[in-house]
Write a protein that binds this ligand. Structure first.
Ligand code: XLS
Ligand code: MG
Ligand code: MG
Length: 409
C-alpha cells in the first residue's frame, strides 16, 4: 500500500500545474462534507471507501487550501440527535475543527431525501411530516447562524413521485412553500437576535433522481416558484444551480446561469461535470466538458459573480481514501482555477474583443430598415466571426494560441 501511495504521489507531482493552498484560498471555493465523505455507495454499488469524520475532512480541506466547508444537517448529526443536546455538542466540535484549520462554514443544507420520513417528500400529505420538515429547516437555520454560515441550500430531493394520482401538484407546491416560509421567518428572528445578516436561501433543482417525476425539476421552474406568490419572503430566496443538474435535462448550463443572473437570483453554484441526459454522476469539474466550463466561467466573470463555487462532486469509486485528498480534491480545485484564469484571458483577448465589437457594431447598413434581404447582405461576412470566436476559445483552452510543436512538419 505504501509503495502504491508513493507512486500516486510521485505521478501527481509529475503532473505539475498545481496551485499552492494560499492561492486556492483566494477563491470562494467550498468543499462539502458529503463529497469528501462519499464512500462510493449507490443503488447498485457497495461502498469502496471507509467512513471519515468531519474533523478529518475539515483538516484535509484546510491543508489543501479549501477555505470553506458546508454540510447537510445529517451528514454530521444523526437524525435521532437533531435538535437534541447532542446537536450542540457536535456543533461545538465542528466549530473547534473549523477554527483549528482556518476553514469557515459557508453553507448549511437540510437533508430532505434520505431518511424514511421523506418517503412521500418533505411536503407529504401527512401534517406531521410537514411539521417535522419545518422543524428541520428551522433547525438548520439555527445551525447555520451558530456556525457563521451565509447560505442555506434546499435541494428538495423527494419532492415528486414514482406513481401518479395520489399527489396533487399545486397542493404539494403550496405545502413545500410553507416549509421555506418557516425557514425564512426563523432566519429573520435569529438573525435579528444575533445581529447577523439573514442567510441567502438557495433552491437547487435536479430533473430526476431520487423521484421519477420531480415537481421543481429545473432552475427555471424554481425561478417561477420563487415568483409564484407562494413565498412570503421571495427576496430572501434565490438559486443554487448545479452545473450537471442542468445538463441532466439536456439544458445548457451557461444559459440557465444567465437566466438566474438576469433575475438577480444567482446566489450559489454547485460545480461539477457529467454527461447530458444521464443520471447524476457528479464528476469533478472540467473532466468532461472543459470547453463548456470555460464558457460558463467567462459568463460568471464578466458578470462579477462573487458567490461560492461549491465542489459538489463525488470522487470516483476507483479512487481510494488516500486518493480523495491526494488526487481528487486538489485536481478538481486546480482545474477550476486554471479555467478561471483562462476565462480572464478570454475576456481580455484582443482577437475576441475585436470580433465581438465588430459583431455588435453591425454592418453599418443605413438603407431601408424594413428590407430583410439588405440587412442580411450587410452583415453576411461579419457573422463568420461566430465560428472564429469559437475557434479562438478552443485555442485558448488548448494553449494553441501560445504556439505548439507538432510532429507533422
Ligand atoms: C444532489 C444534490 C445535493 C445538494 C445538496 O444531487 O446535488 O448534493 O447539492 O443537498
Ligand atoms: Mg448539488
Ligand atoms: Mg449532482
Amino acid at each position: 500500500m505504501n509503495s502504491q501511495q508513493a507512486l500516486v504521489s510521485r505521478l501527481m507531482a509529475a503532473c505539475g500545474g498545481s496551485y499552492t493552498p494560499e492561492i486556492r484560498r483566494k477563491f470562494f471555493i467550498s468543499g462539502p462534507q458529503w463529497a469528501a465523505a462519499y464512500e462510493g455507495h449507490a443503488l447498485f454499488h457497495a461502498p469502496t471507501r471507509p467512513a471519515i469524520s468531519f474533523e478529518e475532512v475539515i483538516r484535509h480541506y484546510g491543508d489543501l487550501g479549501i477555505g470553506h466547508w458546508c454540510t447537510h444537517d445529517t451528514d454530521v448529526i444523526p437524525t435521532e440527535a437533531i435538535g437534541k443536546p447532542q446537536q450542540a455538542e457536535i456543533v461545538g466540535r465542528i466549530q473547534a475543527a473549523l477554527k483549528k484549520n482556518d476553514v469557515k462554514c459557508s453553507m448549511v443544507t437540510t437533508e430532505t431525501f434520505h431518511h424514511a420520513v421523506w418517503a412521500a417528500s418533505p411536503a407529504a400529505e401527512s401534517p406531521e411530516v410537514r411539521k417535522y420538515a419545518q422543524f428541520r429547516v428551522e433547525n438548520t437555520v439555527d445551525i447555520g447562524h451558530e456556525l457563521g454560515a451565509s447560505f442555506a441550500v434546499y435541494w428538495p430531493g423527494s419532492l415528486g413521485y414514482y406513481v401518479q394520482g395520489a399527489i396533487e401538484e399545486t397542493q404539494t407546491l403550496r405545502w413545500y412553500a410553507e416549509a421555506l416560509n418557516a425557514a425564512c421567518e426563523r432566519d429573520l428572528k435569529v438573525a435579528a437576535q444575533r445581529g447577523r445578516p439573514t442567510l441567502k436561501h438557495c433552491l437547487e433543482a435536479k430533473p430526476f433522481e431520487p423521484q421519477a417525476e420531480i415537481l421543481l425539476p429545473t432552475s427555471d421552474a424554481m425561478l417561477a416558484f420563487i415568483a409564484s406568490g407562494l413565498l412570503t419572503h421571495p427576496e430572501m430566496v434565490g438559486l443554487n444551480p448545479e452545473y450537471l443538474h442542468e445538463l441532466m435535462w439536456g439544458g445548457a448550463p451557461r444559459a440557465a446561469l444567465a437566466r438566474a443572473l438576469v433575475a438577480g437570483k444567482l446566489f450559489h453554484f454547485d460545480i461539477n461535470d457529467g454527461y447530458r441526459l444521464k443520471h447524476d454522476v457528479d464528476i469533478g469539474v472540467g473532466l468532461v466538458n472543459p470547453l463548456d466550463w470555460l464558457n460558463v466561467l467567462v459568463l460568471l466573470r464578466s458578470h462579477g459573480y462573487n458567490g461560492p463555487f461549491n465542489l459538489d462532486y463525488k470522487p470516483p469509486r476507483t479512487t481510494s481514501q488516500f486518493g480523495v485528498f491526494e488526487v481528487s480534491f486538489p485536481t478538481a480545485i486546480d482545474r477550476f482555477i486554471t479555467l478561471w484564469e483562462m476565462a480572464g484571458e478570454v475576456l481580455t483577448d484582443p482577437i475576441i474583443k475585436e470580433a465581438t465589437d465588430a459583431l455588435k457594431a453591425g454592418g453599418g447598413y443605413t438603407g431601408d430598415p424594413h428590407d430583410a434581404d439588405a440587412i442580411v447582405a450587410a452583415n453576411r461576412e461579419l457573422l463568420t466571426l461566430h465560428e472564429l470566436i469559437a475557434h479562438r476559445l478552443v485555442q485558448i483552452l488548448l494553449g494553441l494560441h501560445r504556439g505548439r510543436t507538432f510532429s507533422i512538419a
